[in-house]
Design a protein around this ligand. Structure first.
Ligand SMILES: *[C@@H]1O[C@H](CO)[C@@H](O)[C@H](O)[C@H]1NC(C)=O
Ligand SMILES: *[C@@H]1O[C@H](CO)[C@@H](O)[C@H](O)[C@H]1NC(C)=O
Ligand SMILES: *[C@@H]1O[C@H](CO)[C@@H](O)[C@H](O)[C@H]1NC(C)=O
Ligand SMILES: *[C@@H]1O[C@H](CO)[C@@H](O)[C@H](O)[C@H]1NC(C)=O
Ligand SMILES: *[C@@H]1O[C@H](CO)[C@@H](O)[C@H](O)[C@H]1NC(C)=O
Ligand SMILES: *[C@@H]1O[C@H](CO)[C@@H](O)[C@H](O)[C@H]1NC(C)=O
Length: 393
């Protein structure tokens, strides 16, 4: 085991410069085919205690919660047309890619709208097969009426962000294994909420590399042509300082991260958006002295859904560029191995623990109180500590 002293000495020798390799296009989710290659959760939110049923693909299609619009963009949204009685949850969507992208990947996510509004908690993130082991990269995550995006890594103990690092964002917390993860707040304008949409959206590029994990954000009119016109390959070397930088000098990426699948989800309230102090400090229930743990749910989720007209992703495309091919996770003797996605196209051996399109575990019609009792699980994506760092900004 490395000592702290050795680690500090190593850090001095390594730079935080992202690796300069060119990456080849291995997967594109866009247009009419956007939703092929994803699994729909098909169960209530038993991960972050949110007040949603993440519907299966059949229901998502029938209820138009996941579809491709006339512009050819993918819409992923919260149900805003159904009357939800007290004690019940609202329908929403959580999808995961069947493919896993290895260390040595650049992900590009282009959207014109992100979900926002009181109680709304969206995320675009990646995770290893045996999550929370295998690492997690939160590329886009924010709650309620936050005006900026918050990025984070979540890992097992031993990964940190250096206290001094070359990035444009603001570090909130440096310990990647703490509940909040190692968080970085975007400082450029228009990275979330109404201003993201009115700016025409924007693009994130995430480099997951053995040299580190680096996240860039560009508002629409600043997207470099090397990103918007990327063809079969992409080269991060000209992108300059990233918004968030997690160099391998203090986080051994090969040790803490396994191949990553992509996740897009929207929950409501739950362990971050719904915490009373967070709810109020992020622009909701302001000036209301009676705000409490139920306010997020009572003030938004129930009744006619009219609070959710802005609770949708509109995604132009997601592209993955990798140094090698995407993989499919496969259990082998109690551990996970990854096989080439093309070689296993028949699907045999594919397994993805927390995803799946089956409806067996669904409880869409189950009362919320009962669901909360069986569904409360310690959280994972964000916590009151993240909110604390938000308030310090
Ligand atoms: C799908 O919709 C049907 C009919 O409303 C419902 O019974 C079922 O629970 C739903 N499944 C999911 C996973 O939401
Ligand atoms: C990071 O947080 C975890 C969980 O709270 C704790 O066990 C660990 O000691 C912390 N690591 C550092 C370097 O502070
Ligand atoms: C990083 O982790 C990998 C995989 O566990 C290991 O082979 C390598 O030696 C580690 N590098 C350092 C600098 O500790
Ligand atoms: C919690 O807040 C809601 C409004 O957000 C209010 O209707 C309710 O009475 C409050 N409950 C308590 C126990 O104060
Ligand atoms: C539901 O949201 C969509 C945008 O996603 C909006 O166009 C529509 O007007 C909303 N419907 C209602 C009934 O609020
Ligand atoms: C959530 O529900 C799904 C479907 O029932 C189940 O497979 C999974 O183990 C549950 N996860 C947790 C953390 O309870």
């Amino acid at each position: 085991m490395r000592s702290i002293a050795m680690r500090a000495a190593t850090a001095v020798l390594l730079t935080s410069t992202p690796s300069l390799a060119a990456y080849n296009l291995v997967k594109e989710y866009s247009g009419q085919d956007f939703f092929s290659g994803w699994d729909f959760y098909g169960n209530y939110d038993n991960l972050t205690s949110g007040d949603v049923n993440w519907v299966d693909q059949t229901n998502a299609t029938q209820s138009k919660l996941a579809y491709v619009n006339d512009a050819g963009h993918a819409i992923i949204k919260v149900d805003n047309t159904t009357f939800v009685p007290y004690n019940y949850k609202r329908d929403s969507v959580r999808i995961t890619t069947q493919e896993y992208f290895p260390i040595g990947t650049v992900l590009v996510f282009d959207a014109t709208h992100l979900p926002y509004g009181c109680s709304v908690w969206p995320s675009f993130w990646t995770k290893g097969e045996n999550w929370p082991i295998g690492g997690e990269v939160d590329v886009i995550e924010a709650v309620n009426l936050m005006t900026y995006n918050q990025m984070a890594l979540h890992t097992q103990d031993g990964c940190t962000q250096p206290s001094s690092v070359t990035q444009t964002g603001a570090t909130g917390n440096t310990n990647c294994s703490a509940d909040a993860g190692c968080t970085v707040a975007e400082k450029q304008p228009n990275s979330f909420g109404a201003s993201f949409a009115s700016a025409g959206g924007g693009v994130w590029a995430t480099q997951i590399d053995s040299s580190g994990i680096f996240i860039w954000f560009w508002t629409r009119d600043s997207v470099p042509s090397s990103v918007s016109n990327a063809g079969d390959s992409i080269d991060p070397s000209s992108w300059g300082t990233p918004s968030a930088a997690y160099p391998s000098s203090s986080c051994n990426i090969s040790e803490f991260f396994t191949p990553q699948q992509l996740v897009i989800d929207i929950t409501l309230c739950g362990n971050w958006a719904g915490v009373a102090s967070v709810y109020q400090s992020t622009g909701c229930g302001t000036g209301d002295a009676s705000v409490n743990a139920s306010s997020c749910y009572l003030d938004n989720v129930i009744n006619d859904g009219s609070k959710y007209a802005d609770a949708y992703f509109e995604i132009s495309y997601i592209k993955a560029f990798s140094l090698s091919s995407p993989l499919v996770a496969s259990a082998s003797g109690g551990s996970t191995v990854y096989v080439s996605a093309t070689a296993s196209a028949s699907g045999s051996g594919s397994s993805s623990g927390t995803s799946g399109s089956g409806s067996s575990g669904s409880n869409a019609g189950m009362p919320k109180a009962q669901v909360d009792a069986v569904g409360y699980v310690a959280f994972v994506g964000a916590t009151a500590l993240a909110a604390f760092s938000w308030m310090l900004l």
